[in-house]
Design a protein around this ligand. Structure first.
Ligand SMILES: *Cc1c(COP(=O)(O)O)cnc(C)c1O
Length: 390
């Protein structure tokens, strides 16, 4: 079976891990955590990085650091991971979901304005599958309404956005936008620590709050607390892997680029499928190669996945929109919400194997399998279509 993604751990990972074992620093003490925080913050163009146990915890701390009140609202895309809504709910606030752009799959900027109310305190853009959200209008909207931006860059390591279009243009890395941003370093992300995440900000007060929440809100006097914290610490061993991964990020991104470009070439003339699109103001990290099955294909995404699996190709389904999640519906959230783009993506979208270890031969085999399954499932064969129209 060709897996969706495998990490590549061929740099200094083992050397640095051995340092941890040899020195005995295997918990969150030791030097690698601070090294990783500084190096990743610098890479992303941020002042502070606070390493945590995973991306979900990072989102939770990011939202909590903003001290929302009950009834406050945070605008999020529906088409994203549940972690985004969980972070808002756990902070006692209310997630308000917005539909996606059908081509970038990211939150639809046109639809954000109508989701904003006097209770809105923040917007959470998510760079889906590594394609940046259109940040210029989003930041402008946030500024106009005086609300915070929580940037979920968990899929966007190394992706860049052209800020200030038409004026002072500058390419900026994802993770550098808004009040506070987060990353995940889960095993299938561009760089990984196994499990891990980071909160990033330029504001000292928010960084300090996240550091405190991460570590049980210990004060300078230990075992004395003025806040309700968590143990969301990252270990020195995980950070050691992160430091080694970051040393190799250019190579990892280059591998992803090659995978994406070869798929683009091999799948370009397969009828009935929509390949990933990219806006001119975006440089994408090609994190996951995503397809959308057109209506002329008589299989939905889950049936398509079964066909590929039977031929030895593993895939990942797209997100299921948060507004369709049974857990939220059963709690009366998002009642009567219909978001046609997110609903279509859920039913028609599929991610192909995209790992950094894929060889051209494997990509050719996967593309051939995709073509075979698509062609056998077309409602109208291309040759028939020519006859009909001819
Ligand atoms: C992976 C991911 C997360 C959560 O990260 P974990 O480390 O798995 O908890 C959050 N948001 C997005 C968009 C992600 O892809």
């Amino acid at each position: 079976m060709l897996p969706v993604s495998e990490p590549l751990l061929e740099g200094n990972e083992l050397n640095y891990l051995r340092d941890c074992i040899d020195s005995g620093w295997i918990s969150s003490g030791g030097t690698f955590v601070a090294r990783f925080e500084q190096a990743w913050a610098e890479y992303c163009g941020r002042t502070y990085g606070v390493a945590v146990a995973n991306g979900t915890a990072a989102l939770q701390l990011a939202v909590e650091a903003l001290s929302l009140a009950p009834g406050d609202e945070v605008v999020i895309p529906s088409f994203t991971i549940i972690s985004c809504a969980l972070a808002v709910l756990r902070a006692g606030a209310k997630p308000v979901v917005v539909d996606s752009d059908p081509e970038t799959f990211c939150i639809d900027l046109e639809k954000i304005a109508s989701a904003i109310t006097p209770r809105t305190r923040a917007i959470m853009p998510v760079h889906i599958y590594g394609h940046p959200v259109d940040m210029d209008p989003l930041l402008e909207l946030a500024e106009r309404w005086g609300i915070d931006v929580i940037e979920d860059a968990a899929q966007a390591h190394g992706s860049e956005y052209l800020l200030g279009r038409g004026g002072q243009e500058v390419w900026r890395r994802c993770g550098s936008f808004g009040t506070i941003s987060i990353f995940s370093f889960y095993a299938n992300k561009i760089i990984t620590t196994g499990e891990g995440g980071m909160v990033m900000t330029n504001r000292e007060d928010l960084a300090e709050r996240c550091r405190s929440l991460r570590n049980l809100c210990f004060q300078s006097r230990r075992f004395y607390h003025e806040g309700l914290g968590y143990n969301y610490r990252l270990t020195n061993m995980q950070a050691a892997i992160g430091v080694a991964q970051l040393e190799r990020i250019a190579d990892l991104l280059e591998r992803k680029r090659r995978v994406g470009e070869l798929y683009d070439k091999l799948l370009a003339d397969v009828p009935g499928i929509e390949l990933p699109r990219k806006r001119d103001w975006a440089r994408i990290n090609r994190w996951m190669y995503s397809l959308v099955l057109g209506d002329e294909i008589a299989l939905d995404a889950s049936e398509f996945a079964i066909e590929l699996r039977a031929r030895g190709v593993d895939t990942r389904p797209f997100f299921m929109g948060l507004h369709e999640q049974p857990i939220f519906r059963s709690r009366g959230l998002f009642e009567n919400t219909r978001l046609p783009v997110a609903e279509r993506l859920t039913r028609r979208g599929i991610c192909l194997p995209s790992g950094p270890t894929l060889t051209p031969t494997q990509i050719e085999a996967i593309s051939g399998t995709v073509r075979e399954v698509v062609v056998s499932a077309l409602r109208i064969r291309p040759d028939q279509r020519v006859r009909q129209w001819g």
